[in-house]
Design a protein around this ligand. Sequence first.
Ligand code: F6R
Ligand code: MG
Ligand code: MG
Length: 387
Amino acid sequence: MSEGRTTTVSVIKADIGSLAGHHRVHPDTILAASRVLAEAKRKGVIKSFYVTNAGDDLQLIMTHFKGVDNPEIHELAWTAFREATKVAKDLGLYAAGQDLLSDAFSGNIRGLGPGVAEMEFVERPSEPIVVFMADKTEPGAFNLPLYKIFADPFNTAGLVIDPRLHDGFIFEVLDVFEGKAVELRAPEEIYDLLALIGTPSRYVVKRVYRKSDREIAAVVSSERLSLIAGRYVGKDDPVMIVRAQSGFPAVGEVLEPFAFPHLVAGWMRGSHHGPLMPVGLKDSKVSRFDGPPRVIALGFQVKNGELIGPADLFDDPAFDEARRQAQMIADYIRRHGPFMPHRLGPEEMEYTTLPEVLKRLKDRFKPVEMGYKPKVKHESGEAADVD
Ligand code: F6R
Ligand code: MG
Ligand code: MG
């Protein structure tokens, strides 16, 4: 590979229909997408690819030399999803074509439904990456692990021990409601950072850079289907790419946060909190209450633009205890049924039936004498009287 040439890793995913409800991707749709990518590889559009599934989401992992947001690559992914959708329709798979919110491709796949995480870098002599793919949750589900990986020395020993990590990292945080982003530096601004990313439904860590040289370290897909469509169309089921080793956190430090099955939003009907369970590929499917939310982690080496691997990183007894804890948490929280905090809060229910229920009951709400006039703070942060 010539000096300074950049390699791009593009992970693009969509739920284009699945087997037995929203359980898992059908192998024939994986085949259909693989055929499209194999042809593109033959023509030199991409260098290499790996197609897999995270539950009911079809995952295209591709490497190429065309940079991020490249129309040709995005169109290729779109074509692969369209071909897979045809198969899904022929087989009568459930929710065939679900995430393809538009009929026509218009130069960029972002905003059309599929989730996209892409990064471009000059390869190091050895370039390990980890691709995380989650099902039944939202992009903010990676906020907590990313904080631990890149800002918490109790997770990442290298932040203290390795001089190349010691300066810290920059977090690019996206406000998905406003379409604005802010960069916050760790460790100096970790309290501000946590004040934002502790609200994962709105503030999503989009990218992480190494502070000393602004090398890209991590990128997350941030598309939120409900915010694109304005209604509930399944959860966003995010993907994330993380670079590891030699000046980045070690693979073991990158995986370590997932030993704690933290609570995420998603699960049944995209409307419940539940534990994020790390699983190997063989368990990349959902069952109980359409879950619990799961995440897989595939490790690759990238060499001259070629994907070497994968290693199925959560397929390991070392994560058995996390899986056991996830089952216990699932049991506990499920017993709340339709009550918060199992069911999501009212802001998140905005995209489901809640507005209809409120509309229907509007005239049945009668004023009561409370002895005071409630002062409620609205989203804008301004105090406002409630009538
Ligand atoms: C969540 C998800 C499922 C469905 C549920 C109802 O992301 O995909 O939990 O929301 O199975 O699906 P429908 O409405 O298609 O019957
Ligand atoms: Mg589905
Ligand atoms: Mg899914």
